[in-house]
Ligand binder design. Structure first.
Ligand SMILES: C[S@@+](CC[C@H](N)C(=O)[O-])C[C@H]1O[C@@H](n2cnc3c(N)ncnc32)[C@H](O)[C@@H]1O
Length: 312
């Protein structure tokens, strides 16, 4: 109750008693030491220490130009996080933040656009994981090695500015990237098959995904269903489909949102596409009738998959 907290002297109303009330915290009630803004180098390290650490890890040739001492990151991470928390450094440099976070039992994400993502961060974190980096805060944290990480490379930028300063789909953008994006969106690994034109990716040994900007007739869907067979399942992302196709039990049908398709006018610079959050069409939206009939997809060529075909 508020009255009890006031009674206990834990609320401060200002010198004159009419300020905005604020909560009082007494040193005696706080475990450890309250963070202080003055961080002496004896505690948080210094530039020379950081350079030495860098040389020990990478050798003098590869030593990083602007490293931070591990003890500095240890203090920051100690104050700001708890074990198991996620630490982000979007300007990772030589990877000090991730290395220290790892040794302190935190999860981490590092982003680095320079080549040192590979020449420095990867070997450094491998040493941390192998337990072969004895420097920095290894001893202080009692780190012995363990854990792991994933290295991901970002795709080239999808959007660029046109002559009028508007964001547009980059000319380098390829239709295959739509398939890859849809795979990611639905949690399928993008892995186009050379054997089956409808296998763009897979979620398990028996479940696959097919992405096409075509409208699929029931006849086409039935042919696909037969090919997929009883023991496999296929998620089809297409422009539109004949509703009867939903009766085919080994197929799951999803429409690629019109807003995305309209903007996938390859080679034109008058549309933009937000690929990070592909909006899916509402379930209750009426199915667009598959008026646009397309030739039956030809097996074999991945290029077919994005061919809208000619009206027949
Ligand atoms: C000062 S360094 C970071 C040093 C790091 N704290 C350490 O201890 O090694 C800054 C880093 O940010 C990277 N960087 C700059 N712009 C970036 C961006 N847009 N995305 C990712 N990394 C970027 C640079 O390549 C550089 O390695």
């Amino acid at each position: 109750m508020m009255a009890d907290i006031v009674e206990a002297g834990l609320i401060y109303f200002g010198k004159d008693g009419n300020a905005v009330p604020s909560r009082k915290q007494y040193l005696a009630d706080i475990e450890g030491v309250v963070p202080w803004t003055w961080w002496p180098h004896e505690e948080a390290g210094h530039t020379d220490e950081a350079k030495r650490e860098s040389q020990e890890i990478f050798g003098t040739e590869l030593a990083f130009a602007t490293p931070k001492p591990e003890r500095l990151l240890q203090r920051i991470i100690h104050i700001a996080t708890n074990p198991g928390d996620l630490v982000l450094d979007s300007f990772a440099g030589s990877g000090t933040t991730g290395a220290v976070a790892h040794k302190m039992g935190r999860r981490w994400i590092m982003v680095e656009l320079g080549d040192h993502a590979k020449t420095h961060i990867v070997p450094r974190l491998c040493k941390v994981i192998d337990g072969t980096d004895p420097g920095g805060v290894t001893e202080a944290t009692g780190w012995k090695g363990g854990g792991g990480y994933r290295f991901c490379r970002l795709a080239p930028s999808l959007l660029e500015r046109d002559a009028w300063g508007n964001w547009v789909v980059s000319k380098d953008y390829k239709p295959e990237m739509l398939a890859e994006a849809m795979c990611k969106h639905f949690n399928y690994a993008y892995d186009p098959s050379t054997e089956h034109y409808w296998m763009h990716g897979q979620a398990s040994e028996t479940s696959f995904i097919y992405v096409t900007t075509a409208s699929l007739t029931f006849e086409q869907l039935r042919a696909l269903s037969d090919e997929v067979g009883e023991n496999r399942s296929l998620l089809i992302c297409c422009m539109a489909y004949e509703p009867q196709g939903e009766t085919l039990t080994n197929l799951t049908l999803r429409k690629i949102p019109r807003v995305v398709l309209d903007r996938c006018e390859w080679g034109k610079d008058d549309y933009s596409l937000r690929i990070d959050a592909l909006p899916m069409m509402a379930e209750e939206e009426p199915e667009a009738p598959a008026q646009k009939r397309v030739p039956k997809p030809k097996p074999g060529a991945a290029g077919d998959l994005f061919d809208n075909g000619e009206e027949v």
